[in-house]
Design a protein around this ligand. Structure first.
Ligand SMILES: [Cu+2]
Length: 138
């Protein structure tokens, strides 16, 4: 009986460990360049359950166009970033067709974005790995 309990406990620990490993944050970094028309364009994919890139570096006081699209999973996704003090404030749904989000960051700093979706009582998309950082630099 003791052995059974031990096996059960070990199994649960292994499952828990696998779940934690899935949510591990692996950095996919993109440093935006400024196009001839003075806009920094970033193409981003959001899917189950990641953003690619998930670390985006942009210059302060230069307009940004963030093009976000889904890769075609079943779950709907959005991208949310609330930093009005830095001129960045959006919450946008997107699908397979890319959606363009335009803003001009006005303050150097690191701003977190994520997907706010959650299905019923399951873990939120954020907890499953759908989050990232917008780094605004000089
Ligand atoms: Cu999502």
């Amino acid at each position: 009986m003791y052995t059974m309990k031990l096996l059960l406990l070990t199994g649960m620990l292994v499952l828990f460990g696998a779940g934690a490993a899935l949510a591990e944050f692996v950095e996919k970094r993109y440093e935006a360049t400024i196009d001839e028309d003075g806009v920094q364009r970033v193409a981003m994919e959001g899917g189950e359950y990641y953003f690619d890139p998930n670390v985006v570096v942009v210059k302060v006081n230069v307009p940004v166009e963030l093009n976000v699209r889904d890769t075609g999973g079943i779950a709907p996704h959005d991208i949310v970033l609330h930093a009005p003090e830095a001129g960045i404030d959006f919450a946008v749904d997107y699908g397979r067709e890319p959606v363009t989000i335009s803003f001009t960051p006005t303050k150097v700093g690191e701003y977190e974005f994520d997907c706010s979706k959650r299905f019923l009582f399951f873990k939120s998309h954020r907890d499953r790995g759908m989050h990232g950082i917008l780094k605004v630099v000089e």
